[in-house]
Design a protein around this ligand. Sequence first.
Ligand SMILES: [Zn+2]
Length: 195
Amino acid sequence: MVTQEQNPYAPPQSPLLFITDDDSVWRDGRFIVMLKRSELPDRCIYCNEATRLRKNRRIYYLNPWLQVALLLLFLVFNVLAVIPIIIVILIFRKSGKISIPVCRRHWRKRLILTIVTLGTLAISIALSFASIEFTAYQEQLLAVGVGMFVFSTILAIVLGQMLKAKKIDAEVLVLKGARPAFLDSLPEYVAEQDN
Ligand SMILES: [Zn+2]
């Protein structure tokens, strides 16, 4: 990476280095488009309230066609495919680091939902073990356990990560998960940015 620190009098070598934060974060419909080196503004991605609170996350992306191919591979070869699938994922997934601004109120909400999700999951696992022990109530325990497992899985999918990647390449992150209040405050992305 080229830095300007070596020679403070050097002319700008890449115009991208001098784009300010405000110029390098856009909205494209319901997506945030941003340069990897940029920071999101100090506003909650859910309600747009000014905030200093940030959560650092690493976000991963795997091409959807590759995801389908790997799923098919798993359906055909089952357990035999697990190690090759993990290797392909590790080779082809792309990632980016991001610091996500969120207000205290929304952070607390997410925390509570996460605790509920993990609690439900833990109880469902405990119930399936209990069903082995208490054979008289085996069916009932299993039924409740499976129900709670499905509930926690749905909750985890709905809740998901704070921001998910729609696309990651060498320079740019395209993210979904921000609410309209935040998106509306960003400049509109023009597809052919001249960079
Ligand atoms: Zn908020």
